[in-house]
Design a protein around this ligand. Structure first.
Ligand code: F0G
Length: 379
């Protein structure tokens, strides 16, 4: 059997484009290298000639794109001899922080909003041994407190305000370019803090032949570490589209939202940390922001599971929900290639999923007749 090199994570893969040294101890769980899946049935249903791919980030080790950023942030924290990391989180960051801290042998403190964390994410943080501090407030309160406490306590912040997070997350753009041989025409993402849309833009700029000026600008996003050092160069960059949940859409309101609410708890954020950067991404890429109702988000999540066999969490489905609306209206042009990032796995939030799946759940007697009847009546 031919020997295939073992995949050892994104820092090893993109070492030439990341701020690490030859002797840096890499803290990795084999993150990155996620599938870019071409949709078949949903484009047919839309009746438009558009090629839609989903980047299934739910297949990262802790089930979300956060692992891309966390491998870098924790690697650099350990390099700086930090013994503890801290974050505020709507769930996924806390799961990733807890896992990578466990791997590194350091402590993790996570601040989470009371009652607004999906069950899977909380289970992860608990199992990995993080100290969980549940606050009677929302994510934005948690973020404010994390910044305040880190001024005096010996802890490294691993939210996306940590510039190394975006460096790790930019690698998703590299992978997409490698697979498509070019950048997509449109890249759609759910937006909360807006770190991920910013990170993707850095990745696309670094891979673009026409981007010298913009790479320089992008460098201001990331502590000057995003100098191009290798990898394929392509001639295009995508239009970046950021979708928010209607109840939690500061980019649509043009101002901070003090009491955000949405079923997509991962993006229940009213005070985005990468506010200025995201506006810059929108301008430079000639993109836009838009909002999706909770109903639209959940129906896109269901559609993806039923029609394509791909299970993502509600926040992640916001990218597809928004893209479908913009494809239908023609704002996303026919003949184009669209990538939607599915940021987290559907198993993260079993409660929301079970509420949606009830119509196909029947309980019958344990007899052949009852089972046959259940099958026939549901054919
Ligand atoms: N999708 C998922 C599943 C997320 O968990 C998040 C953010 C986003 C999208 C938005 O990404 O903030 O970079 O714009 N989750 C953070 C957390 C806030 O704490 O897990 P963003």
């Amino acid at each position: 059997m031919p020997f295939r090199n073992r995949y050892t994570g994104l820092i090893d893969t993109y070492r030439d484009r990341l701020p690490v040294h030859d002797d840096t101890r890499i803290i990795s769980l084999g993150e990155g290298n996620t599938p870019l899946i071409r949709l078949h049935n949903i484009p047919d249903m839309l009746g438009k000639n558009v090629d839609i791919y989903v980047k299934y980030e739910g297949l990262n080790p802790t089930g979300s794109f956060k692992d891309r950023g966390m491998t870098m942030a924790v690697t650099k924290a350990v390099e700086a001899n930090s013994k503890a990391i801290i974050c505020a989180s709507t769930g996924n960051t806390s799961a990733a922080a807890a896992a990578y801290a466990a791997r590194a042998g350091i402590a993790a403190f996570v601040l989470i909003p009371e009652g607004k964390i999906a069950a899977g994410k909380l289970a992860q943080a608990m199992m990995h041994g993080a100290v969980i501090i549940q606050i009677k407030g929302n994510f934005d309160d948690g973020m404010r407190l994390v910044k305040e406490v880190a001024e005096t306590a010996p802890v490294t912040i691993v939210n996306s305000i940590n510039p190394y997070r975006l460096q790790g997350q930019k690698t998703a753009a590299f992978e997409i370019i490698e697979e498509l041989g070019r950048a997509p025409d449109y890249h759609c993402l759910p937006v909360g803090n807006a770190g991920n849309i910013t990170a993707h833009w850095i990745g696309y700029c670094e891979s673009s032949s026409a981007s010298v000026d913009c790479v320089t600008e992008a460098c201001t996003f990331c502590d000057g570490h995003c100098k191009y050092a290798g990898g394929p160069i392509v001639s295009n960059r995508p239009v970046m589209i950021g979708y928010q949940a209607s109840g939690s859409a500061p980019f649509m309101r043009g101002d901070m939202v003090d009491d955000p609410d949405t079923v997509a708890t991962a993006i229940r954020i009213g005070h985005p940390q990468s506010w200025n950067q995201a506006w810059k991404v929108k301008e430079e890429s000639k993109g836009w922001f838009d909002e999706c109702s909770d109903e639209l988000i959940l129906s896109a999540q269901k559609l993806l599971t039923e029609e394509e066999g791909i299970f993502c969490e509600p926040a992640s489905a916001t990218s597809l929900a928004g893209a479908m609306e913009d494809i239908k209206s023609g704002k996303i042009k026919e003949g184009s290639t669209v990538v939607c990032t599915l940021t987290g796995h559907g198993l993260k939030d079993p409660d929301t999923a079970m509420k949606q799946g009830q119509s196909t759940f029947v309980t019958v007697d344990a007899t052949l007749q009852s089972v046959e009847k259940a099958i026939l009546s549901n054919m």
